[in-house]
Design a protein around this ligand. Sequence first.
Ligand SMILES: Nc1nc2c(ncn2[C@@H]2O[C@H](COP(=O)(O)OP(=O)(O)OP(=O)(O)O)[C@@H](O)[C@H]2O)c(=O)[nH]1
Ligand SMILES: [Mg+2]
Length: 425
Amino acid sequence: MAFVDEAKIKVSGGSGGDGSVAFHREPYKPKGGPDGGDGGDGGSVILRADRSVGTLLELRDHPHVAADRGGHGEGKRRNGARARDRIVLVPPGTAVHEEDGTLVADLANEADEFVAARGGRGGRGNVRFATATRRAPAFADKGEPGQEAWLKLELRLLADVGLVGFPNAGKSTLIARISAAKPKIADYPFTTLEPNLGVVQTGDTSFVVADIPGLVPGASEGRGLGHRFLKHVSRAALLLFLVDPTAQDRDCAKDVAVLRNELAAFDPALAERPCLVVLTKSDAAEDEIELLRETYPDAIAISSVSGHGLDELLRRVVAAVEKERAEAPPRRGYVRHISRPEALQVTSEGGAWRVRWTNAERAVAMTNLDNEEAVTRLQHQLISMGVEKALLGAGAKPGDEVRIGGEAFDFEPEAPDEDGLDDAS
Ligand SMILES: Nc1nc2c(ncn2[C@@H]2O[C@H](COP(=O)(O)OP(=O)(O)OP(=O)(O)O)[C@@H](O)[C@H]2O)c(=O)[nH]1
Ligand SMILES: [Mg+2]
């Protein structure tokens, strides 16, 4: 399966169901009271980190995610059904950005959740609008529209151990030998084009190894491929620097210094990470390895072909991973709850007035504009919210066009009255 580490998705919460306009009917009783029930709430779109998912492929191919709308209310005070939330599984390590790049959630651990688009509230049925002076309200709320947003998801693999090395150093061969990963292996550079993850099981400990494309000098300026994938090892507890003693085109004694430079240019913290130097292909390069020992006295020599040195390598890796796990607190994923203070705004727009304010837009969206009573109530709501005052303050004149959300109205200002219709709830 292809590895996909970025996806842009559109999430849409379900709208609330409409409230019902209904009147009680019973044989021989001519005038029943209102009994229209409320609409149900719409479902929310929720992103949840789950280990059963390894890539963002599915979301990249199906970027539109919508939750169902709530059921409509009905007569006899029957409320509409609440829609179920739509749960979208993403790999642990998925970071969520808004369109402008703001990081809003980091779903780092299993079961971390983020409400990506809230469903709309159900509209109230006409039974809820009955008062002493308005016994037979012939209107109800429409359901509130669900939230919508474009989000950018970015996957940072949660590798415990990152394999870092020049192209052809033997990274993929090593991961294939110690885990069930089956990467492509070949005797030319840049064989690996996408990161491979492998789970290594040794005794009671299992850990995740990431094999990323080879780094070359200048990778941090965009040369080669490896740099783009360095983020996948940015959370690794341990880095293995793989040095290929058989390389002919360079001085291998300088490999680790060059690799470390490239890491530092990407993220200085990465260059400070605990690391082990691994001299590869020991079956084919005994003499060269002896020479390299002067530069890398603590290095482990291995052969992924003969198996030489692999037990010792795994022992040292497990010790480092366990030490890191014992010391490090569980990684904190987080969800930011952003509340953007929002002011009522009136601007002129092509000969009309545009009102921008979520509260007013929601009130309009929830009003059935074909119903005169409902429109009267909306007008009183807008007055008590201060919309009329703001329009007058901006210079609106009677008869001017006023746009709120997707609707347009004629401006007919009136002073707030006391007939009990004001309820801006
Ligand atoms: N003799 C010998 N050859 C090896 C060993 N490990 C890897 N090789 C060979 O080295 C070549 C490169 O191996 P890869 O595992 O593809 O190297 P890589 O580091 O993943 O390379 P890129 O993906 O291009 O960065 C292949 O021809 C392997 O067969 C080893 O332990 N002994
Ligand atoms: Mg490779």
